[in-house]
Design a protein around this ligand. Sequence first.
Ligand code: ZN
Ligand code: FE
Length: 263
Amino acid sequence: MVRNDVDVKLIRNIMNTIEPIKAFTDNYIWCIHDNTNAVIVDPGDAEVVIRYLNSKKLNLKAILVTHKHADHIGGVSALKKQYNGVQIYSLLPEIATHLISNGDSIKIDLANCMTFKIIALPGHTLDHIAFYGNGILFCGDTLFSVGCGRVFEGTYEQMYQSLMLIRALDDDTLLYPAHEYTLKNIKFARTIEPQNNTLTQYYIKCLDLVAKNIPTLPIKLGLEKLINPFLRCDVLELKLGPALIKCSPLEIFTHIRILRNGF
Ligand code: ZN
Ligand code: FE
């Protein structure tokens, strides 16, 4: 599959390939593989995954689950039936074969072994986690390019702290969110930061990618920190009116997250 150019160097470094499988209207089910075995992240739909694995003659070794929403776990039980012995890494006892929790490390046995650390990211759901390692973060529905997930179960403060945890990672980290929301997120972000030139340039690039049906993801954290308003609540040159100038970053985060809900 054609991809954007951000990740090519890193993919060569780790020698495994990471590709998106499109599902539903805007989900990406990420697949890491070594041309023989595959690991799938958040399989909301089994059918598209099975079709993809068959087309590449890949065996499914493991499934990583970030959170319990149906568009992330809907395909797990069908895949478990289809692929004998598949390892399911999740916080959810009802689907896990390998029950994990915050701070655990897991080793994925592909040709090039990969280790991922489990990071708790409460906010979108209380038990949302991310998988971090090898310069890569699978962040589910916590962070999207130029946006973040809705706060369904946690508090705004929990979501903000989760985003700050991501922001503290290495700038070269490649982020792999589970949805293609980038263009809509950019349109919203431009209402918050109309003077942000990096954001304008990124918008032009993403318009082109989307027109060619190429994913805008993954994206480097270093760039995301310059364009994602939810990572910039402490540095925003606010166009939000004088009432917000004295607000804390958390209050600004809460305000713009609620604005985004109605956008
Ligand atoms: Zn979700
Ligand atoms: Fe989702």
